[in-house]
Design a binder for this molecule. Sequence first.
Ligand code: PLP
Length: 393
Amino acid sequence: MNFYDQLKEELKNLDDSGLLITIRTLETPQGAWINVDGKKVLNMCSNNYLGLANDKRLKEAAIKAIKDWGVGPGAVRTIAGTMKIHEELEKKLAEFKKVESTLVVQSGFNANQAVIPTIAKEEDGILSDELNHASIIDGIRLSKAKRYIWKHKDLNSLEEKLKEAQKDNCRRKLIITDGVFSMDGDIAPLPGIVELAKKYEALVMIDDAHGEGVLGEGGRGIADHFNLTDEVDIEIGTLSKAFGVVGGFIAGKKVLIDYLRQQARPFLFSSSLSPAETAAALEATKTLSESDNLVKKLWENARYFQSKIKEMGYDIGGTQTPITPVMIYDEKKTKEFSTKLYEEGIFASAIVYPTVPKGKARIRVMISASHSKEDLDFAVDKFEKIGKEFGIL
Ligand SMILES: *Cc1c(COP(=O)(O)O)cnc(C)c1O
């Protein structure tokens, strides 16, 4: 069989086992209501937590940056691709995050590639939560460090692994966890992790992609939420979720950032963010620094929707964030439920095996500050109607 026939066959296998991804196309900008494949639907599956992706202030900043700086960065950051606006963004982000320094890279995905293999070498050990994000897993794969995988949010399991790493004489022990786990909306047990890190002299790295702009004072993230900013060594954030733009950043001590600027491969070998992206991200950071209105609105919306859905009799698991998993359990039913929602005007994704364990299928509803109370009521009504039709309620 030739290469192309092999690919065709593999695609067919994916399709037969129900794992083929349907990619839907938006015909309008991000927002509460969007047109998808010719249909107007309430958007309940984007990461645009604060509605900034189509915000007027951000758009104007991006347009101005194009006029002032052009469209392309022209080079990687270390050669000729560092513009004043990149440095301004890093400074403003550091202020917002209350850390010494930050480094901006092309995406949250890249931020993990930039940090993990750069600071964890052969003589080191990485301790990773078993449910960590794919970009952390890939970052770990790029490192020659020893790997210790601990059970999800299980501090006893983490301590066992720390003891193993100690026995193996690892030079550095790097604990890595997602801040917010995106399928269940639960958050990492950071206080316990920090305590263990102290006991075993380990470093704490937290990837807070879904926590930036959501958790903590004014959206300063999970470390701020637990009042542990000074105890976390490395924070990874994304500019593509609540910040509404694209890009990723690393926040920490100045010496760490200075080191990454010299050694991190995505920073050294891939061009920087474009002027428009950089300026828009800077404007998002300013917006968040000036006011917590959007973050407050997001949480109000999340609490309202979650309480209504729970009252109705749905199980939404142990979410602690605006991510709302509406548990349907059965895979087939979940897909049909999602299709029915779409027909009724609601765009919310079905999350099934292998993304989550078998029998834990759910509709994942992403709440945004851009939703109005009427939008949420509309969704609540549809969940009630379809839930009854499906015999779930
Ligand atoms: C979304 C996400 C990323 C990737 O961020 P991008 O900026 O989209 O590349 C990385 N880590 C976690 C935990 C995420 O949820």
